[in-house]
Design a protein around this ligand. Structure first.
Ligand code: AQP
Length: 338
């Protein structure tokens, strides 16, 4: 059998389960924007079906989906260069998701650390969807035969599962149909931590708003959150090794490096020896200068939700040109009579 060559294609998504955070921006969106300029077709998605794995108020979900689309566009994702969709409108995602639920093994799913973290002690009471969602995520990616997936560090295990599902499908049906996708986990801030607790990921659903920077926060809110961010009493080190065992300090330096497009070592050359009292205002100014233009543009776009809906409707048409033939072929391989 000859190995097929796959079109270099990027797929990634974000859940509209709340407002966009700095973690989403630095861990994912910044790289999404860059990949548009590289040698790839790019598809970016509001994964609304993933959002409902935990309860979402319908009006909030609608608003968050449009606001996320506005956040993508305001950050530099161009509807002319990328296909922009919300997942529920491209039915092949969910259809292939079911097939992959029948390929993935219970033991694989039970190893997913994100499920264990999110379910916590409440595992009997969370939705079945929360447990099974990595199989749908594999379908989101593979229904495009995507070859590359830019994500934050927390999604690494789910991408390994995606590779396992592709390999098992190909093996079980004796085909070379689904590509083995490459994760793209790059940059100085692939895991942005909570501003209140350096051992916890910055997350849009953290009950404490002070734990995160929202992309819609104004300059005062950003400055206040950074000023109050948890730190330790020592000065900043001059080399990255000095951040060992200092999770809060490392987090703030990583954020600075990612926002300024510098390496951590470069940043520490500039600010090593400073106390947080001096460093935090520098970080706040940098964050405001990078994020304000994005939040202003998001607000402008949100004044015209019909325009956002039009962009998503066009994206759906473009996406289905790719997904419908891939799903059809998958069904043929499996033995579904069409
Ligand atoms: N803190 C983070 N640092 C770096 N990258 C992050 N990502 C999320 N948080 C960070 C990356 O953003 C993309 C979309 O993630 P998501 O919103 O679909 O899901 P999530 O990772 O579960 O994000 P949240 O904020 O924690 O959402 P909730 O609270 O609703 O569960 C992914 O590429 C992710 O790696």
């Amino acid at each position: 059998m000859t190995t097929p060559t796959f079109t270099p294609r990027v797929f990634s998504g974000i859940k509209p389960s709340g407002g966009l955070t700095l973690g989403n921006y630095l861990g994912a969106i910044k790289r999404f924007v860059q990949m548009q300029e590289e040698d790839f077709e790019t598809i970016y998605c509001m994964v609304d079906l993933h959002a409902i794995t935990v309860w979402q108020d319908p009006a909030d979900l609608r608003r968050n989906t449009r606001e996320l689309a506005a956040g993508f566009i305001a950050s530099g994702i161009s509807p002319e260069k990328s296909i922009l969709i919300n997942q529920s409108q491209v039915p092949e995602h969910a259809q292939l998701g079911w097939v992959f639920s029948c390929v993935a093994r219970m033991g694989w799913m039970q190893r997913m650390t994100q499920f264990k973290d999110k379910a916590g002690k409440n595992a009997q009471n969370v939705s079945l969807g929360l447990f099974g969602y990595p199989a749908l995520m594999a379908a989101d990616i593979l229904v495009y035969h995507a070859t590359h997936v830019p994500v934050g560090e927390d999604q690494k295990q789910h991408l390994e599962l995606t590779r396992d599902i592709a390999l098992k499908f190909n093996h079980d049906y004796g085909v070379d149909f689904f590509p083995v996708t490459e994760p793209v986990i790059e940059g100085a801030a692939t895991r942005v931590m909570s501003l209140r607790d350096g051992s916890k990921k910055m997350s849009k659903s953290d009950p404490s708003d002070a734990s995160r920077i929202n992309m819609t926060d104004d300059a005062d809110a950003i400055a206040k959150k950074i000023r109050k961010a948890k730190t330790d009493p020592d000065a900043l080190p001059s080399e990255a090794a000095g951040l060992e065992n200092r999770p809060e300090a490392r987090n703030l330096v990583n954020i600075y490096a990612a926002l300024s497009d510098k390496s951590v070592d470069q940043v520490l050359k500039e600010v090593g020896g400073q106390q947080f009292g001096a460093f935090k205002p520098l970080l706040a100014d940098l964050a405001v200068s990078k994020l304000s233009p994005i939040s202003d543009e998001m607000a402008r776009l949100m004044n015209d939700p019909a325009e956002i809906d039009k962009i998503l409707a066009r994206g759906t048409e473009q996406a289905r040109e790719i997904t419908a033939p891939i799903l059809k072929k998958t069904y043929e391989i499996i033995g579904m009579v069409g």
